[in-house]
Design a protein around this ligand. Sequence first.
Ligand code: HEC
Ligand code: HEC
Ligand code: HEC
Ligand code: HEC
Ligand code: HEC
Length: 195
Amino acid sequence: MLKPGLLRFLAGLFFSLVIGWYVFPYALYEKFEQPIQFSHKVHTGETGGLSCTDCHEIKSDGRFSGIPALEKCASCHSSAIGTSSQEKILVDEYVSKNREIPWLIYAKQPQNVYFSHASHVKLAALECTECHGSHGSSDSLRPFQRNRISGYSRDIWGSTMSRINRASWDGAKMDDCENCHDRRHVANTCLKCHK
Ligand code: HEC
Ligand code: HEC
Ligand code: HEC
Ligand code: HEC
Ligand code: HEC
């Protein structure tokens, strides 16, 4: 038989876990929908036939183009190709008004962090999936979640509160960067990542 004291302790523990694991993250993160439901699958699959570098290129001076500007989309979507409601938003609200699309960047690091795609993709020969998972073949966009206290994207901490058993792309805190650098014998001096 369990003693009443132990029972109360277990009940308390159970409720704190529920609050810590489900209620706290729910309250901590604010959700925002992306401006358009962009489908990587349509563009990189059979229909679009594009490769990642057609839109996300590392320029000859080493700079990463990031998310392509509207100009890129307009080269194919100056008027509607299909009948999708999302494409209609693209054409009516952005292309014809010449307004850039305000994408929310899931992987966005704080201002004080320096990160270069050229070093990681070219020199270290890492795949995009190592840090971004299956985003490049996704069909729809999940809401962007912003931490109400720090203002950072939830993707920095990662999807699980406990941070146990995560995939390589689930979370990009300082420790996560440093752990890979340690494994690959890259020195972790502060001023490498903080300029
Ligand atoms: C037609 C242009 C286009 C192509 C081709 C394309 N992307 Fe994208 N990519 C975008 C746009 C637009 C966004 C912003 C919307 C979003 O988050 O999906 C984006 C966002 C991303 C992001 C999210 C960055 C962040 O943290 O918010 C990743 C990762 C990404 N693309 C990877 C890939 C990979 C890998 C491929 C190749 C398999 C690829 N993309 C091909 C246009 C493209
Ligand atoms: C090389 C040409 C090309 C480029 C560049 C391109 N698209 Fe597309 N896009 C297509 C094609 C082809 C389709 C499929 C049309 C259909 O059958 O509905 C499509 C479909 C779409 C759709 C509707 C289908 C869906 O499920 O999402 C949206 C929204 C869209 N594109 C957004 C964008 C945005 C935003 C960009 C710029 C980052 C972009 N496209 C760049 C060719 C292109
Ligand atoms: C070593 C991890 C890593 C790898 C590998 C990687 N990325 Fe990223 N990516 C990041 C980080 C970290 C950021 C956020 C950078 C920042 O905020 O300064 C980011 C940001 C992005 C963005 C948004 C950039 C912007 O500001 O517009 C896109 C798009 C993207 N990555 C696509 C890719 C693609 C495509 C590949 C493969 C060619 C790739 N990434 C490989 C870690 C990585
Ligand atoms: C999966 C492994 C991996 C992850 C994750 C990773 N890196 Fe790296 N990083 C490398 C490797 C390997 C190099 C060495 C590349 C070379 O010079 O050959 C490197 C080099 C660097 C450099 C020095 C090169 C330069 O551009 O000046 C910086 C800065 C850096 N990483 C920042 C970061 C930050 C910030 C993060 C986390 C957001 C991160 N890295 C995550 C593997 C990784
Ligand atoms: C491999 C890259 C890397 C190295 C090396 C590194 N940092 Fe960081 N640091 C980051 C990243 C990425 C973040 C933001 C994500 C986070 O909060 O964990 C960060 C966040 C921080 C923060 C918190 C700032 C905030 O806004 O939350 C401090 C303080 C900090 N770093 C100090 C240091 C010091 C001191 C060193 C040297 C002993 C160092 N860092 C070395 C990548 C690095």
